[in-house]
Design a protein around this ligand. Structure first.
Ligand SMILES: Nc1ncnc2c1ncn2[C@@H]1O[C@H](COP(=O)(O)OP(=O)(O)OP(=O)(O)O)[C@@H](O)[C@H]1O
Length: 675
């Protein structure tokens, strides 16, 4: 081991004199790494008598500091800690990047001031090619820790100092900088390098942790953008059923806000009427994947339930189901639309499927029939769940476009960036992530038929501009395409928004509104057509029990309750309520206890029953009662109308369909009453 004593230093000085004069000398006493570094310095033509280096201008310094901010931020506390040990004894610490540029300095103020003369400032380059043999330059060249003693330096002015430099590597093992401790050589000890090394060891570990955090943050940002890019509602739960993330669609669909839901047990907020409810806790989940249409109720709230297709998937490693779950929600209608798509864009409903014989419904059907005879654009307005899509399908099926496809698109359910390509299609290779072959848009797919633009009020303004162009020119241009394409499509748009308000708020274009609103169909809310409620309820019982081979009927008082409730969720809510009741009744009757509680709350029994109620009260809760007034009422209405069904139904205030059903049930033959 070399002793850095006086004698050694003398020999070193003599060696240096010979070396820079290119003279022969016995250099074998020297540390080989120092001799190698001298050779490199000489090859770089570093002037041994001159203090000279490259110093960055302030703009470049700024850029370097910004590029290395994580390194500087991580190393600074270590520099301060080391300095606190050596403070006041003429030491200073320097951090450089992998190119040798000084990024940070910590030391006694007078030493730093002195250092300015030797060009030891932020932005100065300490590489061997500029500064000759020195701890930073040589450490970076060798990628190893090194201590350089006074005479070992290559440039004369550095020979007063002894420096200890250690390389800093990142989590990938790449060299990213060097930490150096410099002082008067008389004060330096061989252990000084050990101090620097242990600091660098701590720095490397911390860089690894910071990097891991950054990766986690990036992954979480990626996860969020993936969640937001899908058109379904997604909820992530941890293994305790607590909500850890919800995308925007899930918040909108469940009317829940992140700030109120995060960290809460999901079952404090919602419930479902499926046995799976109990199995959501992981301990007893049977590992089957749940995927079906589900009624979702709000715990402790008067909000009506909502219905979505819900699927539940367990996140598990190596098959163990204990890492949390993903709940996915889709509009049941959306599922229909997908089926529609696979099945060739067919509309299944006709005017016969529009149940309801109230005056207001009849008037609406008349308007629809008129719309079917025309090929003008149609705007359907109505609250959510009133049957706008049903009406659109019926208009299509009644029109000359009925032989063509019926293509529905929900403008509100698609992420903003996707609507344009969904509507107009794209050419091959037009954007990253696009299908290589290109894709036709919904307008092209609907050519010769009808396009149903649902939730048009939610269409972004820029897409409204493109849509307006299509309406004016009857041509579409795929994204990335050079030429337009002619199309013959009937447009039916629908919204539950107040478009005049949207026009005023400048979120909907007035010119587009007038283009779409050639024919308007107002679909009334269910509360305005309470005379349809019993008929609709019967219809849903009938259609929903058809496959189950059950014969279920509704108790009289249930009709009364249904007619008095305000139905904020309209027909969809009624359908959900009936479906739930069918599921929960254990015999063949739907009674009040089978309805969701909020529907029965506030019910006031009517003091004077309408004829309809009288009849409904007779429907066979306890079997057929020939003496009952309801039965008698049917008979007398048939007598009065001479067996004319239309008139008899009007007298009773029920639809023809209901009257037929009841006559069938009571085995009444109306022909017997014809005169
Ligand atoms: N008059 C009706 N007769 C029978 N069923 C109906 C009637 N109106 C609506 N429905 C049923 O109610 C449900 C909701 O209807 P639809 O999806 O057409 O409503 P919507 O107004 O388009 O809803 P949203 O605004 O949420 O898109 C559907 O299951 C539909 O079949």
């Amino acid at each position: 081991m070399i002793q850095f004593d006086h004698e050694y230093m003398e020999r070193l000085n003599a060696a240096w004199e010979h070396f820079i004069a290119y003279k022969d000398f016995d250099y074998s006493f020297m540390r080989p790494e120092i001799l190698e570094s001298w050779k490199r310095s000489r090859d770089f033509q570093v002037n041994p008598y001159e203090r000279k280096t490259e110093i960055l201008n302030s703009e470049d310094i700024h850029a370097r500091l910004a590029a290395n901010s994580l390194l500087i931020e991580t190393v600074r506390p270590y520099m301060e800690r080391l300095y606190s040990i050596v403070e006041g004894s003429g030491f200073y610490l320097m951090l450089s990047d992998q190119d040798g540029y000084v990024l940070d300095l910590v030391g006694d103020r007078d030493i730093i001031e002195q250092g300015k003369e030797s060009l030891l400032v932020i932005g100065a380059n300490r590489k061997e090619s500029f500064a000759g043999t020195n701890a930073i330059g040589t450490c970076l060249a060798m990628k190893k820790p090194i201590q350089i003693w006074n005479g070992e330096h290559y440039v004369m002015s550095h020979k007063r100092y002894a420096c200890s430099g250690a390389p800093i590597f990142n989590h990938l093992g790449q060299l990213i900088g060097c930490l150096n401790l410099t002082g008067e050589f008389t004060k330096i000890h061989t252990h000084t390098l050990g101090m620097v090394l242990s600091a660098v060891d701590g720095i490397s570990k911390e860089l690894k942790i910071r990097n891991a955090y950054e990766e986690i943050e990036a992954m979480s940002a990626q996860r969020s953008s993936i969640l937001e890019s899908v058109s379904s509602g997604l909820i992530l739960l941890n293994e305790k059923n607590q909500i850890i993330q919800m995308n925007g669609n899930a918040q909108r669909m469940l009317k829940l806000e992140n700030k109120n839901a995060m960290g809460r047990d999901i079952f404090e907020l919602i419930s479902i009427d499926e046995p799976i409810h109990n199995h959501f806790s992981f301990s007893n989940f049977d590992r089957d994947v749940y995927n079906k249409e589900t009624n979702i109720y709000y715990v402790g709230s008067m909000l009506p339930p909502v219905k979505f297709n819900m699927s539940v998937n367990f996140i598990g490693r190596n098959g163990s189901h204990n890492k949390g779950i993903v709940i996915r929600l889709d509009e049941p209608k959306h599922i229909n639309k997908l089926v529609n798509k696979i099945g060739g864009f067919k509309a299944s409903y006709t005017f016969d499927n529009i149940i309801g014989s109230s005056l207001i419904t009849k008037k609406m059907i008349k308007t629809c029939e008129r719309a079917a005879l025309s090929s003008s654009n149609v705007l359907i307005l109505g609250e959510s769940g009133t049957g706008k899509e049903l009406v659109a399908q019926a208009v299509h099926n009644g029109s000359t476009f009925s032989k063509g496809p019926f293509v529905a698109i929900n403008c509100g359910a698609l992420p903003k960036g996707l609507i344009e390509s969904e509507l107009f299609g794209y050419e091959r290779g037009s954007f990253t992530g696009a299908n290589k072959e290109g894709n036709p848009g919904k307008f092209e797919l609907a050519d010769g038929g009808t396009i149903f633009l649902d939730e048009i009020g939610d269409m972004p303004l820029d897409v409204q501009v493109s849509l307006l162009r299509v309406l004016q020119t009857k041509e579409i241009v795929r994204i990335g395409a050079k030429y337009p394409k002619k199309i013959n499509v009937r447009i039916i748009a629908a919204t539950n928004r107040d478009l005049s308000e949207a026009i005023e708020a400048k979120t909907f274009r007035e010119d587009l509104f007038y283009r779409l609103n050639v024919l308007t169909i107002h679909v009334p809310p269910l509360r305005d057509r309470s005379n349809d409620i019993s008929e609709l309820a019967d219809y849903f019982v009938q259609t929903l029990t058809q496959q189950k081979n059950k014969n279920i009927h509704i108790a009289a008082e249930v009709y009364q309750v249904l007619r008095q409730y305000s139905w904020p969720g309209n027909i969809r809510e009624l359908e959900n309520a009936i479906e739930r009741a069918i599921n929960v009744t254990d015999d063949d009757e739907i009674r009040l206890e089978h309805l969701p509680r909020h529907i029965c709350q506030g019910f006031v029994p009517p003091s004077v029953p309408t004829p309809y109620h009288v009849i409904e009260e007779e429907i066979p809760a306890s079997g057929l009662n020939l003496k009952s007034s309801g039965y008698q009422l049917i008979l007398s209405s048939l007598e009065k109308s001479n067996g004319n069904i239309k008139e008899a139904a009007e007298l009773l205030g029920i639809s023809r369909r209901t009257l037929y059903r009841k006559m069938d049930k009571y085995k009444i033959d109306y022909k017997n009453y014809r005169g």
